[in-house]
Design a binder for this molecule. Structure first.
Ligand SMILES: [Zn+2]
Length: 412
């Protein structure tokens, strides 16, 4: 019983902390900003940004409350144990039971999230003129996503469960090797295998833009053939760019919306920033940290799954891989929050490094221009609460990035 109370306490505290920080963030946005930002963004624009964040805050508030209530009820009334028991009435192979169990839970979670998602996309995003998705595209995306999780997620899960039941003494390190090999494969081939299911990517075509950014790419030592344009406009008017892949499979992806919204010099500056991620080996570094985390997680899971008490805590009929994984997932929440904080911190540092790389190529001013335009267009928060940044931001807030870029500009 103690474990059940611990799990419930973890979930409730996590929920409360998130809600408080979300609320602080919402209120903080209205506080005065630097004279520079208040000159750039009009009162009306700031009000629009706030209304957008308010709408998202409300949706988030209700959806997480509903999720919390559902999960707590399942825990208190042995719901997870009942699902396990019910599935065992139809199946007797432990690996199939694992798949059916997480399939059922996953489907339930997806159905629970669906109304909020529909509201978010077709009401909020539409109201702020971001949404470009038709209901048909939304539905198709959902079906493809589900199929993908069944095939890819189900495949990996079945393999790990098989290792758990058949190679018990060596479970953690064999599972670690398998998951690592799989994530390496995914990091390499994500752009070739997964992205095309949802988007079209084309190499940056010949023309003024390609000529203009050629110089930047050359100066930074990046092959232009690895620059792609993606049809992000298919779903949203928001714009973005990212660096992805590892080894020979690295590429920079620019949204078509970014190309429409920014000037050629600004696009070159964004490109320089993305090349900075490549030069500083950020993807490789993230991959290695991820691999180490997986190893620690599997070792802990292996240790915990040996205790009978964790199965009793959720009313399981008998010890099993999936029930252990479920309880472990709950118990691990505080550690995973800490890992998340560390990851976000490192990611924000990496953003500063990529910005510095762009500034070194003489792109500081154009990058500031690009950041301001993107903030304006995407209705980003120009004044987030420090606690919210600490907990959730993978990028430093725009005012911090501008300050940093300006200081580099002065030094140069
Ligand atoms: Zn970046």
């Amino acid at each position: 019983m103690v474990i059940l109370y611990i799990v419930i306490a973890i979930l409730v505290v996590e929920y409360l902390v998130n809600e408080i920080v979300d609320y602080l963030n919402l209120k903080h946005e209205l506080k005065p900003v630097s004279p520079y930002l208040s000159r750039v963004f009009s009162y009306m624009q700031r009000k629009k940004m706030h209304l957008y964040h308010l709408a998202n805050y409300r949706t988030g508030f209700f959806s997480s409350l509903v999720s919390l209530i559902v999960i707590l009820s399942l825990l208190v009334f042995d719901g997870f144990g009942q699902i396990d028991y019910w599935i065992r009435g139809y199946l007797d192979n432990e690996i199939l039971i694992t798949l059916a169990f997480f399939g059922f839970i996953g489907l339930g979670g997806a159905l629970l999230a669906l109304p909020w998602e529909i509201y978010q996309v077709f009401y909020i995003e539409k109201r702020f003129e971001f949404n470009r998705q038709t209901p048909a595209l939304f539905l198709l995306d959902k079906l493809k996503g589900m199929l993908l999780s069944v095939i890819v997620g189900g495949g990996v899960l079945a393999l790990v469960a098989w290792i758990y039941y058949n190679l018990n003494d060596h479970f953690w390190w064999i599972a670690w090797a398998v998951i690592t090999a799989f994530s390496l494969f995914m990091t390499m081939f994500y752009s070739n295998l997964i992205v095309p299911l949802f988007n079209k990517q084309r190499p940056l075509e010949d023309g003024d833009l390609r000529n203009a950014i050629e110089e930047t790419a050359e100066k930074a030592g990046f092959k232009l053939d690895n620059i792609y344009v993606i049809d992000g406009s298919k779903r949203s008017t928001k714009s973005n760019a990212y660096f992805t892949g590892i080894g020979p499979k690295k590429r920079i992806v620019l949204y078509d919306t970014l190309i429409n919204d920014l000037s050629v010099q600004e696009i070159a500056a964004v490109l320089a920033h993305e090349i900075g991620h490549y030069k500083k080996k950020h993807v490789t570094r993230n991959f290695i940290t991820g691999v180490l985390q997986t190893g620690v997680i599997l070792l802990l899971f292996d240790f915990i799954s040996g205790y009978k008490a964790i199965y009793e805590a959720i009313g399981a009929v008998k010890p099993s891989f999936h029930m252990a994984l479920l309880v472990f997932g709950f118990l691990f929440t505080p550690a995973s929050i800490l890992i998340g904080l560390a990851t976000s911190y490192l990611s924000r540092k990496a953003e500063y490094q990529a910005d510095a790389f762009a500034a070194n190529l003489g792109k500081a001013k154009a990058l500031i221009g690009a950041l301001l335009k993107l903030t304006d267009k995407n209705l980003s928060n120009i004044n987030p609460h420090p606690a919210f940044v600490f907990m959730h931001y993978s990028h430093p807030p725009v005012n911090e990035r501008i300050k940093h870029l300006e200081s580099l500009q002065k030094k140069a």
